[in-house]
Each structure stands twice: as C-alpha cells, then as structure tokens.
Design a protein around this ligand. Structure first.
Ligand SMILES: [Zn+2]
Length: 435
C-alpha cells in the first residue's frame, strides 16, 4: 500500500471518500488532499499528447503516391494525415544538398519570379552557412532535412545512424530558425536505400519522407548541360502534382542556369507553385527487396527515440508552471500526460526553476535543491524523500525513461515547498499554479 503514507489524521476522516474521488479523477494517492483545489480534474482534459497510434488510425484517410519500382512488393504506407489535394495543377520545386553560394542565386530567382521552393538541406552545410538558412526561412520557403553529411555508407547500414543524422541536422536548423523540419528527403532517394523499417520508423517518429516524381537529372553526372536539365525537369507527370528534383549544392551551377526556363515552362502550363508540407501527399518509392536489410533497432530504443519524438511535432498545449515568482514553460513534446497526470523530466523542471540536481550513483538517487528545499528522488524504487521533514520515503511515480528521470510535476513542486494549488487549461496551454 504505497498510497497512505502521507494521509494525515484529518484526512483519515475523509479517507474512503477521498480515495473514491482520487480514483475518479486520476490523481495519485499520496497527495495531501486538503491543499489541492483543482479547477478541473486532469483526467477529463483532452489529451495534449495523445496516443500516436490511435491518432494515426483515426486520421489516415489516404495513402501516399507510391512509385512502384519493385512490383511484387507492397507499398509502405506513409504519413498519417489527410492530404490536401490541390484542384489546380501544382508544381513543387525542390532543391537538395545546399546551402551553398548557389542557393543565394536560386533565392534571387525565386524572389524575382514571386514563387516559393522547398530546400532539403544538409546539416553539415547549414552549420557553416546559417545566414543562408535564415534567408531561406525569412523569405517564406520551406526547409526540409536531407541528413547531416549525405554519406550513404553512414546512413543506410543501421537505421540508428540515419536517425542520428536526421536529429543532428534538425538541431542545427532549429537553432537557426527556431523550427524543426518535419519533411525529410533521403540522400539518393529512398529507392535501394530504405527498407520497410526505415519507412515505418520515420513515419512513427513524425516525419514525412518525400521522394520525387520529376527528376531533372542534374546529378546524373558532373556538368549535365542546361538543356538536358530543363528537359528532365519538365517531363510530364501523371496527375496534377509535380515534385521536381533539383540541386543547389556546390557544383550545380547548371541547375541554377536552367531554373528560369523550368519556371517559365510550368507557368505557361498553368501550374501553381507551392512548397511541400505535411499536408502534401508524399511521393515515395517502394521499399525494395534490394534495399539493405537494416539491423533492427530494439523495441526499447524505438520507444525512447522514435515514439517519443513524434510528440515534438504535435501542436499540443504548452505546459506553463508558475513557481515562487518564476515562470517556465514546457513545449508540447517536452512533457507527457499519462493517465491524466502531468509528467516532466525532473532535471529540466528543476533547472528551469533555478534549482539544481545531482545524481548519486551509489544509491541511484537524484538529489534536488529547489525553492530552498532539499529532497531525493529515487526513480528506480519510485520513492521521494524530503530532507526537511526527515520522514519516511513516499511513493511516487518518478521513474526512468532512457536515463532521464520523469516525475509527476505535482510531486516535484510539492516536495520543493510550493504545492500545486490549481491547474488551469485552455486551448493553448496548461498552467500550473503553486502556493
Ligand atoms: Zn542529395
């Protein structure tokens, strides 16, 4: 019975009633009830971080266009969204391998023509040319992720390596623009590179993988002539959406020269120019048998890395916390709502509120200093121990996920001397108010 430790003699009077209420509202039991004034029970609040799988099923109304390169292999389903199908002919110009000096010329041309493009950039190049990333962003184009270094031998052996490069590049871009690119293009395309696990895990992680259905052919060999690039980039497509593959990386000067003619072709044909988005039905090549069978990541790795990642792209509420005159906020994806309970990473919470934590490996506990209080969290045993009261350890849902201690935010604030008085919720945020 982990539940009754902190029940005071007054609370005992209300014991049966309180337990019933707590079960009903999803609150955890060790809480001293008398100080909690809930504006609304959390259990009735719509989930900010819904079960991804459930959400995928509910929303999936159409599948990506799949170009079947391997006929006896079924296509892999992609993004879990309903796609916006343009009624007009639409072209998406995409530029891979930048940023480079050529990107600036591409941007000038697009500006002159009054159109937008999609840039699948390399993290390695973005790091050295943040000002170009910034300009792409500022001028309203879309930035996609094309991995960090584009080296096939580093990308297509193990999914974890591919993932690592996606996350690394994402961080580079996020630091420049403040946004995480959710669109991904595999170097060399997915054909022959992605097995089904790659497709599945990228989808599960919240990413949208785009191949193309019009290849300008500008990377077939060095120095493809302008006229051949124009010809390739204006190949007729089935359907009314054309995703055109071009390159703006170093050495692709001919592509830049070809660009005005490509644009003028699509304008004459009455195409609208759009940027790719998560609402665009992706074109994906089929996972081929010939593709490397990647070593499968463990279930645990997938849960920690991939499944958790998808929450980063959900437009859920932020979690604002008011604490002793300070305020901090967790973005959707940085916290979890589990069974109606708000959970946060212990270290982030404490450090953002001006406290400190240290890990004591001898007894596997986290020592916390926050709000003038000192307490220990034992995420292995699920216990909290206050230094102030010197009492017995109290059970808590504090636990480890991949080396990170997560804790119910109430427990953390309570032990830090500022118990939660109220949790309000609005369309865009939860707000936790404390004493
Ligand atoms: Zn590339």
């Amino acid at each position: 019975m982990k539940n009754m430790v902190r029940v005071t003699s007054i609370a005992v009077f209300f014991g049966v009633l309180a337990v019933l209420i707590m079960i009903g509202t999803g609150l955890d039991f060790q809480r001293p009830m008398e100080i909690y004034v809930e504006q609304a029970p959390l259990a009735t609040v719509p989930l900010a971080v819904p079960q991804q799988a459930a959400q995928m099923k509910g929303k999936e109304v159409s599948k990506p266009i799949v170009i079947t390169a391997d006929k006896d292999k079924p296509a892999v389903n992609a993004a879990p969204v309903s796609y916006k199908k343009p009624t007009d002919k639409t072209v998406y110009l995409t530029f891979d391998d930048g940023p480079s000096d050529l990107t600036l010329e591409v941007l000038d041309i697009l500006k002159r023509e009054g159109i937008k493009g999609t840039f699948f950039v390399l993290g390695k190049e973005a790091e050295t040319r943040p000002e170009i990333i910034n300009r792409i962003y500022e001028e309203g184009h879309t930035i996609g992720n094309h991995t960090y270094d584009h080296r096939y031998d580093q990308l297509y052996g193990r999914f974890q390596d591919f993932w690592g490069q996606i996350k690394k590049t994402e961080e580079v871009i996020r630091l420049i623009t403040g946004e995480r690119p959710q669109l991904v293009r595999a170097p060399g395309g997915t054909a022959g590179h992605f097995d089904e696990a790659y497709f599945q895990l990228m989808k599960q992680g919240g990413y949208h993988v785009f191949d193309w259905n019009v290849d300008s052919g500008d990377s077939k060999y060095k120095g493809v002539p302008v006229k051949d690039i124009v010809k390739g980039a204006t190949t007729k497509v089935k359907g009314n959406e054309a995703i055109v593959l071009l390159h703006d990386g170093k050495g692709h000067g001919e592509s830049v020269k070809a660009l005005p003619d490509i644009i003028s072709y699509y304008k004459k044909q009455g195409y609208a120019f759009e940027v790719l988005s998560t609402k665009t039905q992706p074109v994906q090549f089929t996972a081929q048998k010939a593709a490397r069978k990647a070593s499968q990541p463990s279930k645990q790795w997938i849960t920690q890395e991939v499944v958790a990642n998808s929450a980063l792209f959900e437009s859920g509420r932020t979690l604002a916390v008011e604490f002793g005159g300070l305020e901090t906020a967790f973005a959707a994806g940085e916290y979890k709502l589990v069974d109606g309970r708000l959970m946060v990473p212990l270290r982030s919470l404490v450090e953002r509120l001006g406290g400190s934590v240290s890990w004591k490996s001898h007894n596997k506990t986290v020592q916390v200093k926050l709000g003038g209080n000192r307490w220990d969290a034992d995420p292995v045993g699920g216990l909290l121990l206050s230094h102030q009261t010197g009492g017995k350890p109290v059970s808590s849902d504090v636990h480890l996920i991949g080396g990170t201690a997560w804790i119910p935010i109430r427990d953390a604030l309570d032990f830090s001397g500022h118990p939660v008085t109220r949790v309000t919720y609005e369309e865009s945020e939860y707000r936790v108010l404390t004493l």
